[in-house]
Structure formats: C-alpha cells, structure tokens
Ligand binder design. Structure first.
Ligand code: ADP
Ligand code: ZN
Length: 216
C-alpha cells in the first residue's frame, strides 16, 4: 500500500497517516518529524533546516528529496509507505515519480485532508505537544489532565516554534503557493480522494477505510 497525504498544515494529515499506516501495516514517513529530529540532533541537515522551519518556509527541495530517498530505500518501505508531508512542491512530486518509476511501483492513493483556515489556525495555535513521548494535546478540545503536563509521562508540554500565529499564516501561504498545485497534478491523473480533517476521532478509522476502498 502506497499512499500520499496532501493537505494544509494542521489539517490532520498526521492523525490520518498513523491510522492508515496501522490499518495496512506499512511505515508512516513524516518529513516534518524527520526534519525536527535532525534539528534536535544538530546534524548538518538540521542546522540548515532550522531557519526555514522557524520562518514557516519549505526546506530546500534537494535536501528533503535526498532525506526521503534514503528513507524509502530502507527495507521496511519496500512493501509500502504512507507519506505525510511529502511531496510538498512540484520538484518533490517529480522526485517521487522518479522513485516510483525506478522501482516499478505506483501510488495506490493520494488522499487530500481538507480543513478551512479558521479551524487550522485555532488548532495549531492551541496545540501543545510532549517533547518526550510525542503526545499531542489541544488546550480546549483535548487538554491534559494536569495543566501543562503530559498525561502519559508527566513531561512539561511545549508549543512548536512554528505554531506561533505569524508563522502559521506564512505556512498557510506557502501551502497555497507551493503545495496546493499538486492537487491538480494528481487530480488530472484521477488519483485524488478527499476526507475532512475534523471528523470525530472515533469515526476516523472507518471513514478512512471507506474512502480508500472507493466507497467514500
Ligand atoms: P505542518 O504540515 O503542520 O506545517 P510539518 O511538521 O509537516 O508541519 O512541517 C513543519 C516544517 O517542516 C515545514 O513548515 C517545513 O519547513 C518543513 N518541512 C516538512 N516537510 C517538508 C517538505 N516535504 N519539504 C520542505 N520542507 C518541509
Ligand atoms: Zn509525554
């Protein structure tokens, strides 16, 4: 199973990706997480990527393309993958095409997770996450039991640097400019399916299964 998730920042791509990965038993490849890990380890890639990420800009295509190419070459991705946050620009879509051609595979689904700007801004500005276990909270809709602390590991929650309002606005602009054109690229090839990013969490697995089975 090979799936690409498209959609604006904060639409819920990551949540959908995890569910689909679990349904089909294939790895979820999240470029945002990979880049944040590189930043945390201060690798050469991380040191370059940090500035772009803090400003809400895309990390340059060739850096991200080689990061993903390496990841796709790992054995666990041979039987499939869920790409969350990639491709994000026409150059990246081309690189993915090349990879697929080279391996003689094709995408099974391109899933568009859609959500309006207002809902996105609300979600991202009130999002908090646990730096230790990665759990994600929302100050109103999914608050931690103890204010500011992770339910699972009692670590102090943090806000992502790029979840500040001015950076969120820039990320949305960049999405419209660079990523949204990919929707028509994949649409022309009849590969796009759409799901709303604000379905109740307990309905999401069934809804995803319906959409991916062509009955959505
Ligand atoms: P979101 O989708 O909510 O903006 P991500 O975690 O996917 O969050 O991405 C955070 C940041 O990481 C992006 O703003 C960008 O700087 C960088 N990034 C992630 N994926 C890519 C990519 N495919 N190409 C370029 N930059 C990326
Ligand atoms: Zn935690």
């Amino acid at each position: 199973m090979r799936v690409v998730l498209l959609g604006p920042p904060g639409s819920g791509k990551g949540t959908c990706a995890k569910i689909i990965g679990g349904l089909y038993g294939v790895p979820v490849i999240t470029t945002g997480d990979m880049l944040r890990a590189a930043v945390a380890r201060a690798t050469p890639l991380g040191r370059t990527a940090k500035g772009y990420m803090d400003r809400g800009e895309l990390v340059p295509d060739d850096l991200v393309n080689s990061l993903v190419a390496e990841r796709l070459a790992e054995p666990d991705a041979a039987n499939g993958f869920i790409l969350d946050g990639y491709p994000r620009s026409p150059k990246q879509a081309e690189a993915l095409e090349k990879h697929l051609q080279k391996t003689g595979k094709r995408l099974d689904h391109v899933l568009h997770v859609e959500l309006e700007d207002e809902a996105i801004i609300d979600r991202l500005s009130k999002r908090r996450s646990c730096p230790r276990c990665g759990a994600i909270y929302h100050l109103e809709n999914k608050p931690p039991r103890t204010n500011g602390m992770c339910d699972t590991c009692a670590t102090a929650l943090v806000q992502r640097d790029d979840d500040r309002p001015e950076v969120i606005r820039r990320r949305l602009e960049v999405y419209r400019e660079k990523t949204r054109p990919l929707l028509s690229f994949y649409e022309r090839r009849g590969e796009i399916k759409t799901i709303r990013g604000d379905l109740p969490l307990d309905e999401l697995p069934a809804a995803l299964r319906r959409v991916l089975n062509g009955r959505g």
